[in-house]
Design a protein around this ligand. Structure first.
Ligand SMILES: [Mg+2]
Length: 505
């Protein structure tokens, strides 16, 4: 049984403490330790390797995920390893001295239908005083189900489920979403015996307001898993229904005042005051009576209900059509496919139409797209022209053969330049994606690029289009790790796209 530890991080100081605690923990060492640096523009090394004790420095791999959030960062991490198990740890937890041994014991006993094993989280409480609102919130992690603070997943299951849903951009609900998809696929999830400590992080005083963005993620969960998703992961709805009512009363009071309806204004204002007072009291009652905490509760309790309501309603609107991962989100009007290695076998600098050989299933997959009313174009780098290995007429002849075997394609974009020409069309630059969208008369944000390299994905991202990767034997491992969605071939990618489109009709 092989195990990798994956830690998605933005380089908080707690990370070094965690690595030191891991090195000091007793038990079998993992086979890999992957740090995924999710800082947008890293200015410095994540950790000082020389300062790391024990095996942690020697096993350490560092990957980058470019600030796409913890879900995307963890996907980069697990796709970088090929162990049987992948343990996700948050960068602000601390493992106990027996953790590695307990982890091995936890994983050894699991039946094949168990997808994941969660650690037991403890949140230290402040000594000699009652916990603040923020501390009580963190303590909720102790009873939360399937959170990534410490959870081990079978890598095969992560592969089958395409990992974490990258539409979750914060460290919130992406773990419950993955658990629900694992349960839906027929797996079980268990809680192990290992213990992990999750200290309370210091937080700015408005943290409780910023946290209300989680309501939008709840709206995404509702769109993906139905209104009853809370019950299936043991989460609580909390005060959202009351926040909506409080906000409605506040709005009614404003409307009443503006339209000079005194009875409405008085009634609505009284309701709003009563609801806000009740909420404030409920937050103050279990906490410490310090001036700081009281000021914080008074200042934020009137703001939280409208902010929570706004994020919830905005999330409902934004995610109303979202389908479970790995379906793409927005509607797709055009699919732009890469040529070499994606729809036909890659024959380097091919100028010979007779050598064109479609990839398995390509013809049927492309026909299904066209039958579904989706426009299909081709975007292809042909640097052989700039290198003098090929002529444009040869490329045109090869393209004509591709069109004959797999077409008709609604648009062709060919970049004849080399890497050093500084053109704007050569992938990973966005030029061909933008030009194809324009030629097809579709919004570039409603285009999906399908390719076999990181340059295809990068060109799509730079243009504002969506992308999926269909790797082949030549696709580099880092490119697979960094891709937003990976499918085993065109057929599987088109299945996912059309399943989504079909579900919407
Ligand atoms: Mg290619």
């Amino acid at each position: 049984m092989s195990v990798a530890i994956v830690i998605a991080t933005i380089g908080r100081p707690s990370l070094t403490r965690l690595l030191i605690a891991l090195a000091a923990s007793d038990g079998p060492r993992p086979d890999a330790l992957v740090l995924v640096d999710d800082r947008r523009r890293p200015q410095a090394e994540l950790v000082d390797r020389l300062g790391l004790p024990g095996w942690t420095a020697e096993l350490l791999q560092v990957r980058r995920s470019g600030g796409r959030g913890p879900a995307a960062a963890r996907n980069v991490g697990w796709r970088s390893v090929d162990t049987d198990w992948v343990v996700f740890l948050d960068d602000d937890v601390r493992v106990t001295p027996l953790w590695l041994g307990q982890l091995a014991a936890d994983l050894q006993v699991l039946d094949p239908d168990v997808a994941a094993s969660q650690g037991r989280i403890s949140v230290p409480r402040p000594p000699r005083r009652r916990p603040t609102d923020w501390e009580r919130g963190t303590a909720g992690l102790e009873t939360a189900s399937w959170i990534t603070a410490d959870i081990a997943y079978r890598r095969a299951v992560l592969r089958e489920l395409h990992g974490f849903d990258e539409r979750f951009r914060r460290a919130y609900r992406e773990d419950a979403d993955l658990a629900l998809r694992a349960l839906a696929a027929g797996y079980r999830l268990t809680v192990g015996q290992r213990r992990t400590i999750h200290p309370v992080r210091p937080a700015p005083w408005w943290a409780s307001i910023a946290q209300q963005r989680g309501n939008a993620d709840d709206a995404l969960m509702r769109a993906l898993h139905g209104a009853a998703w809370h019950r299936r992961v043991g989460a609580v709805v909390g005060r959202r229904p009351r926040h909506l009512a409080t906000t409605a009363a506040g709005l009614a009071a404003v409307v009443g005042a503006v339209t000079r309806r005194r009875r409405l204004t008085a009634w609505a204002a009284a309701s709003w005051i009563a609801a806000t007072a009740e909420f404030t009291r409920a937050r103050i009652a279990p906490g410490p009576r310090s001036a700081d905490e009281l000021a914080r509760m008074l200042a934020t309790s009137a703001v939280i209900p409208p902010v929570a309501s706004w994020h919830w309603l905005d999330g409902l609107r934004r995610y109303r059509r979202s389908r479970p991962w790995p379906a793409t989100d927005g509607p797709v009007d055009a699919v732009l496919v890469d040529r070499d290695g994606t729809i036909v076998r890659d024959v380097p600098y091919n100028g010979e139409p007779a050598l064109v050989e479609p990839m398995p299933g390509a013809r049927a997959a492309l026909d299904r797209l066209r039958a579904a009313g989706i426009r299909v174009g081709v975007i292809t780098n042909q640097s052989g022209i700039a290198r003098g290995q090929l002529t444009m007429p040869q490329v045109t002849a090869v393209n004509a053969r591709v069109d004959e075997l797999l077409g008709p394609f609604a648009d062709w974009q060919v970049c004849p330049h080399g890497p050093d020409d500084g053109c704007s069309c050569r992938k990973p630059r966005p030029g061909m994606v933008v030009a194809a969208a324009r030629a097809l008369g579709v919004d570039v944000r409603r285009c999906l690029v399908v390719g076999d390299t990181g340059a295809d994905v990068a060109a799509a991202r730079a243009a504002g289009a969506d992308a999926v990767l269909v790797p082949n034997d030549a696709t580099r491992r880092e490119e697979i790790a960094a891709a937003p969605r990976v499918f085993r071939g065109l057929t599987e990618a088109v299945d996912a796209l059309l399943r989504r489109a079909g579900a919407r009709r």
